[in-house]
Design a protein around this ligand. Structure first.
Ligand SMILES: Nc1nc2c(ncn2[C@@H]2O[C@H](COP(=O)(O)OP(=O)(O)OP(=O)(O)O)[C@@H](O)[C@H]2O)c(=O)[nH]1
Ligand SMILES: [Mg+2]
Length: 268
């Protein structure tokens, strides 16, 4: 690539505003990238720089973080508690949300944004007259990002809503890197997965505010050691609160609802 030295590489580049809703802002390049380009330009007598490889993860994640902060401000401004539910596929996110909408959701208005690669199965399962739901299909993308959340949140009526649940794509790896603008990150670990998952997939657990140990009703049948699982979670995520529950038997659900109540924002 040929670069004109009269154009300072640190001057900035444009980031498209969220949904084109606001004027686009200028952002400077991140310091390591700008320094690298400057050094390459200075080393080149004719101001020509060869770019062989560009690590796109830096600006992409930076862009996501900007959008996530905007989402967070939007949610806080509306008095909404936003939770990002993350787990491996099938840990019980939708089942928990179905029952939460049917019980807690009658006390406080809730809404759900649910992400999957394909199908609107979960969106249909969660559909209730008293709760707005939007399904996000990501195609090949293995996680939700802040832009998807901003667009989906615009699709639903959030009037009077106190809690926004975001069910992420079932995946214990990719969602860890993508802040959605939530206030609380909830990681589900089910008894069917084994006690060792916090040790094997630490990033997602390290970022959790709450870990739900789910399907506790089948723990004994599976030979799942609850004490070891809790120890492993505490080792990786000492900051996280832990609730053991079963959506099927109802065990622990009162603690989950109390947790939600204790984090509600004052109504606007
Ligand atoms: N025994 C038992 N099974 C449960 C419980 N919660 C969910 N399941 C079962 O686990 C399976 C997967 O549940 P889902 O709620 O669809 O899981 P999910 O995390 O939403 O799955 P993805 O959206 O595909 O990632 C279903 O067959 C549920 O019936 C529970 O508390 N106990
Ligand atoms: Mg689901």
């Amino acid at each position: 690539m040929s670069t004109d030295t009269t154009n300072s590489p640190t001057e900035g580049f444009r980031i498209n505003a969220l949904n084109g809703a606001a004027a686009s802002s200028r952002r400077t390049l991140s310091a390591p990238l700008a320094a690298e380009i400057n050094a390459a330009l200075q080393a080149s007598p004719r101001g020509e720089v060869q770019v062989r490889a560009l690590d796109l993860s830096v600006p992409l994640l930076e862009r996501n973080d900007i959008l996530a902060e905007r989402n967070r401000g939007y949610f806080l401004g509306r008095g909404l508690l936003a939770l990002n539910l993350v787990s491996s596929p099938g840990a019980g996110k939708t089942t928990l949300l179905e029952r939460t909408l049917d019980e807690f959701g009658l006390e406080h208005r809730c809404a759900v944004l649910v992400g999957d690669l394909e199908t609107d199965n979960d969106g249909r399962r969660l559909s209730r007259p008293h709760a707005a739901v939007a399904q996000i299909t990501t195609g090949t993308v293995c996680h939700l990002d802040a832009g998807m959340i901003a667009r989906a949140a615009e699709e639903i009526d959030l009037a009077g809503t106190r809690v926004l649940f975001i069910e992420n794509v079932g995946n214990l790896v990719c969602p860890a890197s993508f802040d959605l603008g939530e206030q609380l990150r909830v990681v589900l670990l089910s008894t069917t997965e084994g006690e060792d998952k916090p040790l094997k997939y630490p990033p997602i657990f390290k970022s959790a505010h709450l870990v739900l140990l789910t399907k506790i009703d089948v723990a004994d049948t599976l030979g799942f050691d609850r004490r070891v699982a809790v120890e492993n979670i505490r080792r990786i995520a000492p900051q996280a609160q832990i609730i053991e529950l079963s959506t099927r038997s109802g065990e622990g659900l009162a603690l989950w609802y109390d947790y939600l109540r204790s984090h509600l924002a004052p109504p606007r």
